[in-house]
Design a protein around this ligand. Structure first.
Ligand SMILES: C[S@@+](CC[C@H](N)C(=O)[O-])C[C@H]1O[C@@H](n2cnc3c(N)ncnc32)[C@H](O)[C@@H]1O
Length: 245
């Protein structure tokens, strides 16, 4: 993680990134008539260096469609913080009729995900090593079928809590990219983070839990990831699944 933060301190930062890379994620620099970023995937993976090389302070960027990435109009799903890629690789194999984009900011883990993604034979997975705050913004509004955030970093220390990803504005950004009926799917094993998500989600407009409650403690259709196996199997996690109205 340090690697990316140090890198960001040494350059002028465009303002659409999350705290990770020193930016302010709330400023909007993406529109219909900006510069098209070249998403030059090597097989199924794209490293952040290739994106950084195209960025400069004040840049205006154009949206990117699923068609430009995959060459077809299959339903589009996004996973934020894919870690070693287990979840997204399984989902892509399980649902070949849909496309999956995965985003992971941490390069070392991304390399593991790359190996998995490159074994995929259905052509429906692409992964990007960058800050999800930008990649989400690059997606047009009302286009995603599902956005998954599995076991986001809990930042347990009090002074680090501000780094947590699932603030109301970030969740509202997720929801803006979902199409009607699309789902924001969040899993965490962390009690305090679950409590914060539960509070923050009340501030997000235009969504409704698919359950009678805000979250459930068990689901039977989840691909177990490293974190799931490590922390959750016995105690259960918190699963939030909210539908865009
Ligand atoms: C606790 S891990 C969980 C990994 C995986 N989802 C799993 O369930 O095994 C959280 C991951 O989110 C990534 N992450 C955190 N902030 C991110 C951001 N802004 N954009 C992309 N990835 C991010 C971290 O690098 C880390 O790999």
């Amino acid at each position: 993680m340090e690697e990316n933060i140090v890198e960001s301190k040494n350059r002028e930062i465009p303002a659409f990134l999350s705290w990770w890379q020193g930016g302010n994620r709330y400023e909007d620099n993406v529109s219909e008539d900006g510069i098209k970023l070249q998403l030059d995937f090597e097989k199924n993976a794209l490293y952040g260096d290739k994106i950084w090389a195209q960025l400069y302070s004040g840049i205006k960027i154009s949206y990117i469609s699923g068609y430009e990435i995959f060459g077809n109009h299959k339903p589009l799903n996004l996973e934020i913080g894919i870690g070693n890629g287990e979840f997204i690789a399984n989902m892509a194999a399980y649902k070949p009729e849909e496309n999956f984009i995965g985003v992971e900011v941490f390069k070392k883990i991304f390399k593991l995900a790359e190996k998995r993604a490159n074994k995929n034979e259905t052509g429906n997975i692409k992964i990007i090593q960058f800050d999800a705050a930008l990649i989400l913004r690059l997606m047009r509004e009302n286009t995603l079928s599902n956005v998954y955030v599995n076991f986001p970093d809990p930042w347990p220390k009090k002074k680090h809590k501000r780094r947590r990803l699932l603030k109301p504005d970030f969740m509202q950004l997720i929801v803006s990219r979902l199409k009607k009926g699309g789902l924001m799917q969040i899993a965490t094993d962390h009690d305090d983070y679950a409590e914060e998500i539960n509070e923050n989600i009340k501030e997000v407009q235009g969504i409704k839990s698919i359950y009678d409650t805000s979250f459930v403690r068990k689901v039977d259709d989840y691909f177990p990831t490293k974190y799931y196996r490590k922390f959750v199997q016995e105690e259960g996690a918190y699963f939030f699944r909210y539908e865009k109205l």
